[in-house]
Write a protein that binds this ligand. Structure first.
Ligand code: ATP
Ligand code: MG
Length: 340
């Protein structure tokens, strides 16, 4: 049997950005043959920050579906599903919650970050990792391709799976576990910085280049990008390391651009090339990367019924798996009483 992947995205915007791509989508496309892949649109997770923007969710879900198909995820290989259509998630999350020490949730780095960004301090935000562990364990995933910001959550899911198996797996035949132990798989660039130089590009942070941005939008965003703040004149020696412009160049350049990029790096550190010239090159690199994605998206945009059917079929399949898992979970917990 193929091993499984579960990963997902919050429908907090109608498109993906470069960070989503390099942190997670790229690995999903690469591994879709090797793994049985489940991709979850996490609309309940979106509610933690978007409870007052629920009117945007449906459009965003449609946009993310187009995004998946446009980067080359194949609906014949991948099961797309929607979190709120899998009520078993909440049921499993409750069971996992009974094994979750409060202190562990209090220590999660993502919580502090979200609160620092001004998000509401709600029960749902606080218990986010428990719901995410349920997302992962419900289809019994082995691997979770995510950006580094989500690594701690996957590690939490791991710990809780081990705990659950130890506590309730005793009645199963030797070598059988209720849950496989999921592993995170971090992308080529663990966290892509924003165009403003912030550590993380984010859908909701206003510092993202989206896969749906037009060539002109890409140009506008790149030309006003944050680079090396200490560099005032093109003749000042610049820093390549940690410079978002060079990070993007390395991450998104096709092979035929690479020679020129190493050339630019050398010139930049010597103060022999201006930021403008390097940025213009980045515009070219990014548009070259985005063109085939734009083309594929346009094709699917003309077929909304097809896209909807892909999601509906995925939901059905994921739901069947979820129900199967829940039966096993309750049996292991000895909660399968009064079934006959
Ligand atoms: P939001 O700001 O609404 O949380 P987001 O941009 O963080 O949106 P998510 O839907 O939360 O996007 O995350 C989707 C996937 O993309 C996750 O695997 C996450 O780790 C990854 N990811 C998000 N931002 C980045 C980034 N800047 N670099 C690498 N991976 C990222
Ligand atoms: Mg996020």
């Amino acid at each position: 049997m193929k091993k499984r992947i579960l990963t997902g995205d919050r429908p907090t915007y109608d498109s993906f950005h470069l960070g989503n791509y390099i942190g997670s989508l790229k690995n999903r496309v690469k591994l879709q043959e090797e793994y049985e892949t489940f991709i979850l649109i996490a609309d309940m997770h979106a509610l933690t920050t978007h409870f007052n923007k629920t009117d945007t969710l449906e459009g965003n879900i449609r946009g993310l579906m187009l995004g998946y198909l446009s980067v080359g995820l194949d609906p014949n290989k991948v099961t797309f599903c929607l979190q709120s259509k899998l009520p078993e998630t909440v049921e499993l999350a409750y069971f996992l919650g009974t094994l979750t020490p409060r202190a562990v949730l209090e220590r999660q780095p993502a919580l502090k970050e979200k609160l620092d960004q001004g998000e509401q301090d709600t029960f749902a935000l606080y218990s986010y990792p428990v719901l995410m562990a349920a997302d992962i364990l419900l289809p019994k995933a082995n691997l979770v391709p995510v950006g580094k910001d989500q690594k701690a959550h996957v590690e939490f899911a791991r710990d809780i799976a081990i705990k659950f198996n130890n506590l309730y797996g005793g009645s199963l035949p030797a070598g059988r576990q209720v849950f496989p132990i999921p592993e995170p798989l971090i992308g080529e660039v663990p966290t892509l910085p924003g165009t403003d130089g912030q550590a993380k590009m984010g859908k909701s942070l206003n510092n993202a280049i989206f896969l749906t941005d037009s060539a002109q939008e890409v140009e506008k965003k790149v030309m006003s990008m944050y680079t090396d703040p200490k560099r005032i004149h093109p003749t000042d020696p610049g820093t390549v390391e940690g410079n978002p412009v060079f990070i993007y160049l390395d991450a998104f350049a096709a092979e035929n651009f690479k020679f020129q990029i190493s050339n630019f790096k050398l010139l930049y550190t010597k103060g022999q090339v201006g930021d403008i010239e390097v940025k213009k090159y980045l515009v070219k690199v990014l548009n070259n990367f985005l063109d085939p994605i734009r083309k594929r998206r346009a094709e699917y945009e003309n077929k909304p019924e097809l896209v909807e059917r892909i999601l509906e079929e995925g939901i059905q399949k994921a739901r069947a798996e979820a129900q199967k898992t829940l039966v096993g979970v309750k049996k292991a917990m000895k909660l399968d009483y009064f079934n006959n």
